[in-house]
Design a protein around this ligand. Structure first.
Ligand code: ATP
Length: 215
């Protein structure tokens, strides 16, 4: 019997989705043996800085980005809710669906740096594994001894254990360093600069047709 399939979720604002997301997730899938990555556009709470694109536009860009790519699917449960939900709540709803199968949440290194600010962050590993993609400019050492200790306790050096337990491990994956951010892409659009190497042509066309990120 093969090892159990790991269900992997990748949450983000995706304002817009870009190659930093897509290529990191593809490389991670290769490294870990993921068959599917579920992209999960966030419902951004009103007290946080709001995305420039609407929820519908962000979702449309995610859908366009993954069209014809069997690695990715899109889940709209956060956007479908009337109110924003904490990541931990979303993860719990996936956990109910997958039973005891391995479940993983994908983040970039920058998110690992701030993970101790997330609602109920200590409970994340009771529900899923964390797969961390490399990102230029960020280190694996964390800001407080408490989180550093937490990382040390749960970190695994190979992907193998990830399919052997439903949750509880952190894997820092050596994905390629891609110096791409949505902030930079939005600023480049505002300045009329090309974003050709930063995101798929279908997204660029959509941004142009909707007049996004101009002001
Ligand atoms: P912004 O610049 O608006 O903050 P972003 O480019 O960081 O956006 P998000 O949608 O906020 O994109 O990111 C979703 C997830 O993808 C986060 O966990 C983030 O760490 C990760 N991520 C984004 N860009 C990269 C990248 N270039 N390499 C690795 N991970 C990334």
């Amino acid at each position: 019997m093969g090892s159990p399939v790991i269900q992997a979720l990748f949450g983000g604002t995706f304002d817009p989705i870009h190659y930093g997301h897509l290529r990191s997730a593809e490389a991670l899938a290769q490294l870990v043996g993921l068959k599917q990555v579920i992209l999960l556009p966030n419902h951004v709470p009103p007290h946080r800085p709001q995305p420039e694109a609407t929820a519908q536009q962000r979702l449309e860009m995610v859908r366009l980005a993954v069209q014809g790519n069997p690695l990715f699917t899109v889940d709209t449960r956060e956007l479908d809710r009337q109110t924003p939900s904490y990541t931990i709540e979303t993860l719990k709803s996936f956990r109910q669906e997958v039973g005891k199968h391995p479940l993983a949440f994908i983040i970039g290194q920058d998110s690992l740096q701030t993970i101790h600010t997330w609602h109920k962050w200590e409970e994340l590993l009771d529900i899923c594994h964390l797969l961390v993609c490399s990102r230029p400019g960020y280190q694996n050492s964390l800001s407080t001894p408490e989180v550093q200790q937490w990382l040390k306790k749960h970190q695994v050096d190979t992907p193998l254990p990830l399919s052997q337990k439903p949750q509880g491990y952190i894997y820092l994956a050596a994905t390629p360093l891609l110096n791409i951010s949505a902030t930079d892409i939005r600023q480049r659009h505002q300045q009329g600069l090309s974003c050709d190497d930063l995101l798929p042509p279908s997204i660029q066309n959509y941004i142009d047709s909707q007049g996004l990120y101009r002001s």
